[in-house]
Design a protein around this ligand. Sequence first.
Ligand SMILES: [Zn+2]
Length: 298
Amino acid sequence: MNEPLVTLREVLGPADAQGYAVGAFTMCNAETADAIMAAAAEDNSPVIVMLGPKEEPVFGLPNTVQIVSTLARNYHIPVCLHLDHSRDPAQVQAALAAGFPSVMIDYSARPDEENIQVTRSIVELARKTGATVEAEIGYVGFPEATTEADNNGSIRSESHLTDPAAAEHFAHVTGVDALAISIGTAHGRSPGLPMLDFDRLAEIHRRVAVPLVLHGATGRDPDQVRQVVQLGIRKVNVATDLARAFADTMAEALEAGEGFFWHAEALVRVKQRWAAVVHRWIETLGSNDRLVDITSRL
Ligand SMILES: [Zn+2]
């Protein structure tokens, strides 16, 4: 394999054709990337490794490309490295220059016209390097940052949910490769089990040709997740579950060591937990043993 980093199109095209979804896991350092890829390789699953704005300062963009390509080569698996949730066109440009094969530009909190205009310019830019672009229409909010979340942490106000006609128009005029939509999920830890708008998803899938993306799936019942995959979700973002595993492991290590622990020992333990999170999502999304769908085309 010459080029270990692949685009969203290469990963989500087969998923769309075969009716499964691929997990997109947020890395923040080499250890997270390694745990994610080790689990995917073990399950023969395609995988998307993401770096978000919170994680970007940890290593920077060029180092991230180096780390992820090296690990992908070592595991002999193609990996889609994807910049998650960038709200900054200059950062997207820097990621493309650093060698990211895929990016998300998120202007979903802005008026639709502005979202279309900025997304379109990013798609044009990405085409020059052959990279793929995800954008979002409707707004998957952050419960802690809004007063509109209900008691379950779900955001269901009509202004946040994706309008199917608007999504169809958006995908058509921007030329995006994947579209994140809002059907009632929210980022971060949700205390309850919000109801998802399955009818809305089915309608969006009927109208929009590009693969659909679900953000904010943490805490969702696996059966609900399987149902949204059946209805057309092809990429599911996972970040909070990995952060939770880290926080829990460190808290336990601190408690067991009465205020002190060896970070190396704790990191070894947390890598096992991260891998367990990834295995669980791969199973739920049905992407295990699907690696051949991609490698047979490379
Ligand atoms: Zn998100």
